[in-house]
Write a protein that binds this ligand. Structure first.
Ligand code: SAH
Length: 349
C-alpha cells in the first residue's frame, strides 16, 4: 500500500487522490455513516467513479485494529486494548449525559516518565500514526449507547501527544473536518505533560482545546513527579498559555492537577495554584490520584480533596473535581498499561 489508510487522510488529500472533492465528500460520508467499522474498503462506492475508486482502494486501506481486550466498568466506561501493527494501545469510552467521550492514545508506551503514571512501565514502543488515532475513535464510537453519541475526543490515553505532534495535529484535523465526522474544535482536547516546543506550535496551529497537566505548584515538587520539568519549568509553560490568550485565541484551556497525599494538596498549594493561574482563562480539573502498584504516592483523604477544591473555588478560580471513572477496570487516568499489554510488550509482539 502506498497511500495512508483512509482514516488518516484529510479531505483535501482525499480529493486529490480521487480527483474530485465531491467524491472525497461521498467517501467520508460513507465512512462515518457506518454503524460498525467495516473490515475493508468496499469494491465500489456509490457516487465515486469506479476507476478512481479501484485505484484508491488498492493503494489505501482502513487501518482496522485487532481487539485484544474489552472491559466494561459498572459505570458504563469501556476500555479497549486495540492492536495496530504489532503494538497494543488502550482506548476508553466514557459515557456522560447525552454524549460519550473517547479517550485516545497517541503513542504505544510513552516518551515521558512521570512517576505517578502506569504507562511509563511500558517504556516507549513507538509513535502512533494519525490513522491509528482516528481508528481508535471509530472503533470506540461504534459501540456508544443510543442517546450518548461520541461527540468528544480527548488525547489523554497512553503517550505524550506533543512528542508526536505532526500526527496528532493531522488526527485533530481529520476529526474536526467537514463533512464528517466534524467534531467541534472545542470538543477535541489535546492533553500535554508540558512539552514546551510542541505546546507553542500547537497553540499557533490548532484551535482545539488544550489541557496542561500541571500537577504541582513549585518546580521543586513538579521535578520530583515529572522529570522533564527541569527542561520546561512551570513559568515557561504558563507563559505560553498567557501568550495564547493575549493573541485572543478564545481557546478552551484546562489545567489538570492530580492530587497526591501530602505532596501537592496543602492549603498553600491551593493558594499558589490560584496565584499561578491568575489572569489566565483556564479551568482547573482536580484529579484524585489513581494509585497503581509500585509508587509510594497515595490518594488524599476525601475530605482533603473537598477542602482543596473549596479553597480554590473560594478565590474565584473555576475548578471541578474529576472523580475517577472506570477505576474498577484500570481505565482511569494514569492506569493505562494493562497486564495483557505488558505481556505483549515483553514478548515483543
Ligand atoms: N501525556 C499527556 C496525556 C496522558 S495523561 C499528559 O500528561 O497530559 C492524562 C492525564 O492523566 C494527565 O493529566 C495526567 O497528569 C493524569 N494522570 C496520569 N497518571 C495519573 C494517575 N495515576 N492518577 C490520576 N491521574 C493521572
Amino acid at each position: 500500500m502506498s497511500l495512508r489508510p483512509l482514516p488518516g487522510l484529510t479531505l483535501d488529500e482525499l480529493g486529490r487522490e480521487l480527483q474530485s472533492r465531491a467524491r472525497a465528500v461521498e467517501t467520508l460520508r460513507w465512512l462515518y455513516a457506518q454503524a460498525a467499522v467495516p473490515p475493508r474498503l468496499p469494491e465500489a462506492l456509490p457516487g465515486v467513479s469506479q476507476q478512481a475508486w479501484s485505484r484508491f482502494a488498492a493503494a489505501s486501506g482502513l487501518c482496522v485494529p485487532s481487539v485484544r481486550a474489552r472491559q466494561e466498568a459498572p459505570d458504563g466506561t469501556v476500555k479497549y486494548g486495540l492492536e495496530f501493527d504489532g503494538v497494543t494501545v488502550e482506548t476508553v469510552r466514557i459515557p456522560a449525559r447525552g454524549r460519550s467521550t473517547i479517550c485516545v492514545s497517541s503513542q504505544a508506551g510513552c516518551t515521558r516518565a512521570c512517576v505517578f503514571c502506569a504507562t511509563k512501565e511500558l517504556g516507549f514502543l513507538r509513535h502512533l500514526r494519525a490513522e491509528e488515532m482516528v481508528a481508535q475513535y471509530l472503533w470506540a464510537r461504534a459501540e456508544a449507547p443510543p442517546g450518548q453519541p461520541a461527540s468528544n475526543v480527548v488525547f489523554m490515553g497512553m503517550g505524550e501527544p506533543f512528542d508526536n505532534l505532526d500526527e496528532v495535529l493531522r488526527a485533530v484535523e481529520v476529526l474536526t473536518q467537514s463533512p464528517a465526522p466534524q467534531l467541534r474544535q472545542v470538543s477535541v482536547t489535546v492533553s500535554t505533560s508540558g512539552v514546551l516546543p510542541g505546546l507553542e506550535r500547537f497553540l499557533k496551529e490548532s484551535r482545539a482545546s488544550l489541557a496542561l497537566s500541571l500537577n504541582a505548584t513549585t518546580d521543586e515538587v513538579r521535578e520530583r513527579v515529572m522529570p522533564h520539568n527541569r527542561t520546561w519549568p512551570i513559568a515557561a509553560l504558563l507563559g505560553a498559555l498567557r501568550a495564547d490568550a493575549a493573541r485572543g485565541s478564545k481557546r478552551e484551556t484546562f489545567v489538570e492537577y492530580v492530587l497526591f497525599d501530602g505532596v501537592n494538596d496543602t492549603d498553600a498549594d491551593a493558594d499558589r495554584l490560584v496565584a499561578l493561574l491568575r489572569e489566565l482563562p483556564a479551568r482547573v480539573n482536580l484529579i484524585p490520584y489513581n494509585p497503581y502498584p509500585g509508587t509510594a504516592l497515595r490518594t488524599p483523604p476525601h475530605q482533603r480533596i473537598v477542602a482543596f477544591h473549596a479553597r480554590v473555588v473560594a478565590q474565584g478560580q473555576l475548578c471541578l473535581v474529576r472523580w475517577p471513572r472506570g477505576r474498577e477496570i484500570a481505565a482511569a487516568c494514569g492506569q493505562l498499561a494493562g497486564a495483557e499489554i505488558r505481556d505483549a510488550a515483553a514478548g515483543g509482539s
